[in-house]
Design a protein around this ligand. Structure first.
Ligand code: ADP
Ligand code: MG
Length: 265
């Protein structure tokens, strides 16, 4: 075998990649050509000021928004897009979108649990009704996941009876239940009271340690430094700086990143 093949074979497969991603809302260009790639097991922490485009980037990857230009690939498969006739793009193949959507799980700032369902119902909903998993199997898996995030005793409770930290841990259990290729976290601890942040970060750290692929938007810089394999600093819709956490945090090159780091610490 050739040496270069060896090198290629050693690298984990690419789980999620975006290339030259642009996104506009009307005249407002929010993403101005973002490229990044997460291989399996990578934890990419996306940092940046408010309005820099972090949520929009995750929403384009998770197909809650369609990019105006550029490509999104999940597990090596490029999402097929076509012109929407209004200067943007739209899905070219609905079936493909449905399939790829089940490979990604997103955890939101405000948990977004279904309020009229118990935690158990929240966790089994997609496995049973979208993925076609047998109900008793889905329940057994949900019990395991709820145990894992410390909520087994609360499995029959409704979200509104739980703390924010508990709700977010349940949302993570729900995300895990689809066995995603990658998990996308959009400021998962920003809506929590300070004393509840730690319990959610503990669960995320645990997922990072077991080798999950994650894209994590966060303002928790110490946490990002600790768990991320790579930091991506977004500024004004562009990747202003990226790299190894130690290097990015200890020796930032960009003046904007220096300013940002000192503003959040
Ligand atoms: P961040 O998550 O980094 O704070 P966002 O991606 O939420 O930034 O937003 C980036 C910019 O895009 C902001 O100026 C925001 O107002 C704008 N924006 C986001 N979503 C929409 C939308 N659906 N329609 C119009 N403007 C939007
Ligand atoms: Mg945001």
């Amino acid at each position: 075998m050739k040496a270069e093949q060896n090198v290629r074979d050693d690298k984990p497969a690419e789980a999620v990649a975006v290339e030259d991603l642009h996104k506009s809302f009307g005249d407002l260009e929010v993403l101005k050509g973002v490229s990044l790639s997460a291989r399996q097991g990578n934890v990419i922490a996306i940092i940046g000021g408010s309005g820099s485009g972090k949520s929009t980037l995750l929403r384009c990857i998770n197909m809650l928004e369609w990019p105006t230009r550029g490509t999104v690939k999940v597990h090596g498969e490029e999402i097929a897009l076509k012109a929407d006739g209004r200067g943007g793009l739209m899905p070219a193949n609905r079936k493909q979108i449905q399939r790829i959507r089940t490979r990604l799980a997103m955890v939101f700032q405000n948990f977004n649990l279904w309020q009229h369902m118990t935690l158990m119902q929240n966790v089994i909903e997609v496995p049973v009704h979208v993925l076609g998993i047998k109900r008793d199997e889905a329940i057994a898996e949900a019990e395991r996941l709820l145990k894992r995030v410390g909520l087994y005793e609360k499995r029959e409770a409704y979200p509104s009876f739980l703390s924010g930290g508990q709700q977010q841990r349940a949302a993570i259990a729900r995300a895990l239940a689809i066995q995603p290729e990658a998990m996308l976290f959009d400021e998962p601890t920003s809506a929590l009271d300070p004393e509840l942040v730690g319990e959610v970060l503990t669960v995320i750290r645990d997922l990072a340690e077991e080798g999950r692929t994650m894209l994590l938007v966060t303002h928790e810089m110490n946490f990002a430094r600790e768990v991320a394999s790579e930091i991506v600093f977004l500024h004004n819709g562009r990747v202003e700086e990226q790299g190894d956490p130690q290097i990015v945090f200890d020796n930032p090159e960009s003046e904007r990143l220096k300013k940002f780091i000192s503003s959040v610490q």
